[in-house]
Design a binder for this molecule. Structure first.
Ligand code: FES
Ligand SMILES: [Fe+2]
Length: 422
C-alpha cells in the first residue's frame, strides 16, 4: 500500500474515536456534504469497486452499464479477445455518454451526438467527415478510456480508479475465503436476470452497517420471524454465530439461523416436496467438499461486506448488493440474485420466492431496514447527540450480534479519510 504524504484530516477533530471500551463515530460522517464530497475521492476513488458478475456478459459484445463509484461506466466482453473491459462511459469527442442502454449486445458503440463510434476494445473506428481533420490528429489516441484497473475474483468483476491500488486478491484479504465459500456452493453460478433498484433517504454507510448487523434482526424483523413460525419453523435456536473483521475494512457475520437455505438446508417454507431434492444437494456438497466444509456451506449463513460498498448475503438466498451515495443523506441500492445455473426449475422458483419474501424491496426485511435507516438519518437531524456508539462486544470474542464488524468498516473508512494507507 502506498502512503499519501500529508492529506489533511476532514476537520480539526477526529470523526472516529476508539479506546479499550468505547468506539464512537461522529454523526457528521453521515450528514456532512463536505464529508460526502471527500469520500467520493478518498474512499470511492481509491478502492476496488464491484462492477458486475461475469455471467451478466456471457457472449462477445454483451455489455451492461453501471454507475460505479458514482461515475457512469460500462462493462463489455470484447468481441475479439473475449476479455471483460470496463470503460469510462464518456465520448472522447465532447463528452456524451456512449453506452446508453442498461444492457445489450453490440459490436460497435456509436455516440448519438456526432456519431463517433468505438469497438468493444474501445478503439475509435468511425468518425463522420474524418477528412475535415487533415492528417495531424492522432485518432488512435482517442479511443474510449478504460477504467484504471479491472480484475475479477470467482466471477465477481471489480474496477478501481486508482492505478496504484494493490492487486484485487491482496485487497480482498480475508474476504476472499468467504467469496470462495459462496462460489463453491453455487457451482457454475449466474446472476439471475432481473434487478432490484431502489433509493433510500439515508447515508450509504448506514446500509454498510445494517447489512452485517446481527443485533437488529430480532427487533426489526419480528414480522418475518412470526411468519416463519406460522409456516412451522422452529425458532428456539435463535440466531447464533460470530462477527469477524477480515482486513482492509471487510467484515462478515457467520451464523446459524432458523430459515431454510436453497443451497442445502430444508425448512417447511420450502414445501415437503422439496425435501428430497435439497438433501440430495447437500449430499453432493459433502461429496465434493467433505463433511465439514459442506456443513458450513449448507447450515451457516454469511453476510459479507466487501469494503466499501458490496454486500454478498448468503442467507435464505444469495444476494449481491451494491449501493452508492447521491448525497450525504441519500443513496441508490441495486441488488441481484446469484444461483447455480443448472438449478431445477422448482428449486429456482423457491429461491426466488425466498429472496423476494425476505429481501426484495417489498419483502419482509428490506422495507423494515429502510425504515430503520431513514429513521436514523431523521434522528441525526434532531441534533443534541453528536456521536453514535458502536462499542457492543468490545470486551469479548465478537459475536454475530456484536458490532466488531462495523468497527472494522469504520476503522478502514477513517484511515482512508484521514489520508492513511490507501
Ligand atoms: S460527443 Fe460523442 S461524437 Fe461528439
Ligand atoms: Fe435487516
Amino acid at each position: 500500500m502506498t502512503v499519501v504524504d500529508s492529506a489533511p484530516p476532514v476537520t480539526g477533530t477526529a470523526l472516529v474515536e476508539e479506546d479499550r471500551h468505547r468506539f464512537r463515530v461522529h454523526r457528521s460522517t453521515m450528514t456532512s456534504p463536505e464529508v460526502y464530497q471527500l469520500e467520493l475521492d478518498r474512499v470511492f476513488g481509491h478502492s476496488w469497486l464491484y462492477v458486475g458478475h461475469d455471467s451478466e456478459v456471457p457472449e462477445p459484445g454483451d455489455y451492461v452499464r453501471r454507475p460505479v463509484g458514482g461515475r457512469p461506466v460500462f462493462m463489455v466482453r470484447a468481441v475479439k479477445s473475449g476479455e471483460i473491459r470496463v470503460f469510462h462511459n464518456s465520448c472522447t469527442h465532447r463528452g456524451a455518454v456512449v453506452c446508453r442502454q442498461e444492457s445489450g449486445n453490440a459490436k460497435v458503440f456509436q455516440c448519438f451526438y456526432h456519431a463517433w463510434s468505438f469497438d468493444t476494445e474501445g478503439a475509435l473506428v468511425g468518425v463522420p467527415g474524418r477528412d475535415a481533420y487533415g492528417d495531424g490528429l492522432d485518432f488512435s489516441a482517442l479511443g474510449l478510456r478504460p477504467v484504471a484497473r479491472v480484475a475479477s475474483y470467482r466471477g465477481f468483476v471489480f474496477a478501481s480508479f486508482d492505478p496504484h491500488i494493490v492487486d484485487l486478491v491482496e485487497y480482498l484479504a480475508g474476504a476472499a475465503e468467504y467469496l470462495d465459500l459462496v462460489a463453491d456452493a453455487a457451482g457454475d453460478a449466474e446472476i439471475i436476470k432481473g434487478t432490484n433498484e431502489y433509493a433510500v433517504d439515508a447515508n450509504w454507510k448506514l446500509l454498510a452497517e445494517n447489512s452485517i448487523d446481527g443485533y437488529h434482526a430480532a427487533p426489526t424483523h419480528d414480522t418475518y420471524f412470526k411468519y416463519l413460525v406460522s409456516l412451522g419453523t422452529d425458532l428456539t435456536g435463535g440466531v447464533d454465530g460470530v462477527g469477524r473483521s477480515l482486513g482492509n475494512g471487510h467484515a462478515v457475520i457467520e451464523y446459524r439461523a432458523p430459515w431454510g437455505r436453497p443451497v442445502a438446508k430444508w425448512e417447511p417454507m420450502f414445501g415437503a416436496e422439496a425435501r428430497e431434492e435439497i438433501e440430495r444437494l447437500r449430499a453432493d456438497l459433502v461429496e465434493r467438499y467433505g463433511e465439514q466444509r459442506a456443513q458450513r456451506m449448507s447450515e451457516t449463513n454469511r453476510n459479507l461486506l466487501i469494503y466499501p460498498n458490496l454486500i454478498v448475503n448468503d442467507i435464505m438466498a444469495v444476494t449481491v448488493r451494491t449501493f452508492m451515495p447521491l448525497s450525504a443523506d441519500r443513496m441508490t441500492v441495486t441488488a441481484w440474485e446469484l444461483a447455480r445455473r443448472d438449478e431445477l426449475p422448482q428449486l429456482r422458483q423457491r429461491r426466488l420466492d425466498s429472496f423476494l419474501t425476505f429481501l426484495g424491496p417489498g419483502g419482509f426485511a428490506t422495507p423494515d431496514d429502510i425504515e430503520a435507516l431513514e429513521s436514523c438519518q431523521q434522528g441525526f437531524r434532531s441534533g443534541g447527540v453528536e456521536w453514535n456508539d458502536i462499542s457492543r462486544g468490545m470486551s469479548r470474542e465478537p459475536r454475530a450480534d456484536d458490532e466488531e464488524q462495523m468497527r472494522a468498516f469504520w476503522r478502514r473508512w477513517n484511515e482512508q479519510m484521514t489520508g492513511g494507507p490507501r
